[in-house]
Design a protein around this ligand. Structure first.
Ligand SMILES: C[S@@+](CC[C@H](N)C(=O)[O-])C[C@H]1O[C@@H](n2cnc3c(N)ncnc32)[C@H](O)[C@@H]1O
Length: 396
């Protein structure tokens, strides 16, 4: 039996050895997040929220779901009046984490528009079984109330079939990325190898693939993104989001009429791929702390990278989505009534001080530019062969 150092894991090392001792960073990220037995999300080990490894906007409190719920309700009302009248619409959430977001949105509808909650199909598209179990537990009370909630894969949905709103909060940041590294004047695909002597994982390199070369060429010709940037120092490394386009394509194919809201960490290309951004954006979280080494404790912590604003919009538009707009989370939430909500909490201060203070802190974190307020909201439309104008409060 091998003695593996604490920072590594036998399950991953066995996989790497089976695959020849070196795997691409893309495969590393896919395994540590999505392996059904040992992956962070695949196994359901992921813990979100104040007491978990990291916070997401919906895991802080139900307030975030309240604001998004308001926007979704407004979109549904416009959909109903313009095209769907009596038809059932869907609210589809991708990558639902521990189910907090869906739970908060259903609570919002039950409180503010019961009619909608009874006439909407709530669908979760989540590839990781471990997370599905958490979500089912959280949403059981709504299932018991007869709310129409189901878990589906995109493959089981007919083409051009879904009418409704599609939401992905912090999902694209969890998709595996390729990492491209600049060494001795050449680009390589970053890789992860296992060193038998020390028993440790280390960064390695593989030749760049034809697909990556083509993708970099297209980014340069269409968007003017130069990889590596001029003056890139030795060792300059960045992420390349090779799965975004396929993910969007699979969704696009299933939408008949729909709005897609993507919320995530994002950086503009000129900052993302600048020569001074030496190591991209990828980080690893455990117990609310960023780990020094992203190869530490594989499968026991989150691994996440920013998306690139321009390449995401280009990927979506190339498929046929119409880009409605992009805004910062702080601005979107102010447009959806955050100031009013803060004022209401102010009034509660006298009755239940500690609860009101905790809610106020959670609300402020949603708009804090150093925290979740810097997240970007992207809104895309697909209206099959029709020109339809829908207003989005969050983008005004
Ligand atoms: C960072 S968590 C975000 C959870 C939740 N949306 C929130 O904001 O609290 C990422 C989620 O995306 C899921 N996920 C990973 N790959 C996915 C994919 N290809 N499609 C949909 N969800 C995915 C993970 O299992 C996890 O539930």
């Amino acid at each position: 039996m091998n003695n593996f150092p604490a920072n590594n894991s036998e399950w991953l090392i066995e996989k790497i050895i089976k695959m020849g001792g070196t795997i691409s960073f893309y495969d590393y990220m896919k395994f540590v997040l999505n392996d059904p037995i040992s992956g962070y999300y695949g196994s359901g080990k992921a813990e979100l929220g104040f007491k978990g490894d990291f916070v997401t906007s919906p895991s802080l409190s139900d307030d975030f779901a309240f604001f998004v719920g308001k926007q979704v309700e407004d979109w549904f009302i416009q959909f109903k009046s313009i095209i769907f009248y009596d038809q059932k619409l869907s609210l589809i959430e991708f990558g639902a984490g521990d189910g907090s977001f869906m739970s908060g949105i259903i609570k919002y509808f039950l409180a503010s528009n019961k009619n909608i909650s009874q006439r909407v199909s709530f669908i979760i598209i989540e590839p990781n079984q471990g997370m599905i179990e958490k979500q089912k537990k959280k949403l059981m009370k709504f299932l018991n109330l007869g709310i129409d909630i189901s878990w589906k894969s995109l493959e089981e949905i007919e083409e051009n079939n879904l009418n409704g709103i599609f939401i992905a909060n912090e999902v694209l940041d969890a998709l595996p990325v390729e990492r491209i590294t600049f060494l001795k004047g050449k680009l390589f695909r970053q890789a992860v190898s296992f060193d038998k002597e020390s028993g440790r994982l280390y960064f390695d390199k593989l030749p760049i693939t034809r697909e990556l070369e083509n993708s970099l060429y297209l980014a340069k010709s269409k968007l003017g993104i130069t990889i590596p940037p001029k003056d890139a120092p030795e060792g300059w490394t960045t992420e390349w989001h090779v799965d975004n386009s396929e993910w969007l394509k699979a969704i696009y194919a299933k939408i008949n009429h729909g709005i897609l809201l993507i919320i995530d960490y994002a950086k503009e290309a000129k900052k993302y791929y600048a020569s001074r951004n030496l190591n991209g954006t990828i980080i690893s979280y455990k117990n609310q702390k960023i780990l020094n080494n992203i190869l530490d404790s594989p499968g026991n912590c989150d691994l996440t990278s920013h998306i690139c604003t321009e390449t995401l919009i280009n990927d979506a538009e190339t498929l046929g989505f119409e880009a409605v707009g992009t805004t910062k989370q702080g601005e979107a939430l102010l447009l959806l009534g955050l100031a009013q909500r803060l004022y209401e909490i102010q009034k509660e201060l006298k009755e239940d001080l500690s609860n009101a203070l905790a809610r106020r802190e959670a609300l402020l974190r949603l708009v804090d530019p150093l925290c979740l307020g810097d997240f970007k909201w992207f809104v895309f439309h697909k209206f099959n062969e029709q020109k339809i104008n829908i207003n989005s409060t969050c983008m005004r």
